[in-house]
Design a protein around this ligand. Structure first.
Ligand code: NAD
Ligand code: UDP
Length: 327
């Protein structure tokens, strides 16, 4: 644990994970500087902190250098949903590569610790299951997911080269599918689409036959894992998987959501997007051993909270999220 006030930079702090992380950091007494260009993030996610003197918001694109003073950096800036990161693939790749170089440069100048929000997408369409950190992955370098997957892989390379070459203290988290309140209404992801479709009584759009699997982690659990990794001893660099090993087919996901919402929605089947991974489940032994971390929120509990969020959102009790790319 930290024994004095820390000024913590959260890039991507207006996004889903960044906003939940910010809540927790402020709650424990840290000062937070959010660095975000609102590409997919929203002011709505952080509105409740704008009057807090311990919180500061900087509208800034991480593909440009940044000169500020801080004690630690959580580097989360990057669109995460496929339709978001495919909207402007060149910018996505720039965000991962130029953005990481700039944030690593900032950490190097200040001599501070930096954590990278990497992803299970570095494993691509994995032919090892469940995925452990020693697996190098199976990624298409030229497909429609590559701007994200290869960008995150290059970012991992940069983190480890800064560590080896400049002795920088790094932490690399490989985050598996995460869900929860503040997800974008229009991000096209499985959990958000299915909940919204179920609440509206619309057909549930299954891509392919729905036999592909994912393992969904509730956002609070993920945030606890990110903080545990950041606060771990210096020799714990990762990469380290953070996710919930509870694996479901996409069809099972849809059926659970229909059950839990009591919806009359029926399944409808559409083409599977190119390079959509067939299976995905984290091996989290390393996180258990090195961070004493594991998820504690059940899938049902997490989905229930997310349904309540979207229910309130759709009934107009919260403001809708803007489309991607518009600040
Ligand atoms: P998100 O899209 O909600 O948040 C990303 C934030 O980064 C947004 O606020 C966006 O405006 C900001 N951003 C994007 N490009 C930027 C730029 N060039 N400069 C400054 N800010 C920029 O996504 P999220 O779900 O909160 O994901 C956060 C991080 O975690 C991302 O790096 C993502 O790759 C990683 N991750 C997320 C998941 C998941 O399932 N949510 C899984 C694996 C990894
Ligand atoms: N998916 C689906 N219908 C949708 C949205 C997504 O069947 O309306 C599938 C998608 O093809 C993928 C899985 O759900 O196999 C998870 O997709 P998501 O975008 O949530 O995450 P990712 O593909 O990045 O793991």
């Amino acid at each position: 644990m930290l024994d004095q006030l820390q000024r913590i930079v959260v890039t991507g702090g207006a996004g889903v994970v960044g906003a939940h992380l910010t809540d927790k950091l402020l709650e424990r007494g840290d000062e937070v500087i959010c660095v975000d260009n609102y590409y997919t993030g929203s002011k709505r996610n952080i509105l409740h902190h704008l009057d807090n003197p311990m919180y500061e918001m900087m509208r800034h694109d991480v593909t440009f250098p940044l000169y500020i003073e801080a004690d630690r950096i959580f580097h989360l800036a990057c669109p995460a949903a496929p339709i978001h990161y495919q909207h402007d693939p060149v910018q996505t790749l720039k965000t991962s590569v130029h953005g990481s170089i700039n944030m690593l440069g900032l950490a190097k100048r200040l001599g501070i610790r930096i954590l990278q929000a990497s992803t299970s997408e570095v494993y691509g369409d994995p032919n090892v299951h469940p995925q452990e950190e020693s697996y190098w992955g199976n990624v298409n370098p030229i497909g429609i997911r590559s701007c994200y997957d290869e960008g995150k892989r290059a970012a991992e390379t940069l983190f480890f080269d800064y560590h080896r070459q400049h002795g920088l203290e790094i932490k690399v988290a490989r985050i598996f599918n995460t869900f929860g309140p503040r997800m974008h209404v229009n991000d096209g992801r499985g959990v958000s689409n299915f909940i919204i479709q179920a609440l509206r009584g619309e057909p549930i759009t299954i891509f392919g036959e729905g036999l592909q699997t994912r393992s969904f982690c509730y956002v609070d659990d993920l945030v606890n894992g990110l903080i545990a990794l950041m606060d771990s001893p210096a020799d714990v660099t990762g990469p380290i998987n953070l996710g919930n090993p509870h694996e479901l087919t996409i069809r099972e996901l849809a059926e659970s959501i229909i059950d839990m919402t009591g919806s009359g929605s029926k399944l409808t089947f559409e083409d599977l997007p190119q390079d959509d991974p067939m299976q995905r489940r984290p091996n989290i032994d390393k996180a258990r051993d090195l961070l004493s971390w594991q998820p504690t929120v059940s899938f049902e509990e997490g989905v229930r909270k997310t349904i309540d969020y979207f229910d309130a959102h759709l009934s107009g009790n919260q403001h809708p999220t803007k489309p991607v790319g518009h600040a």
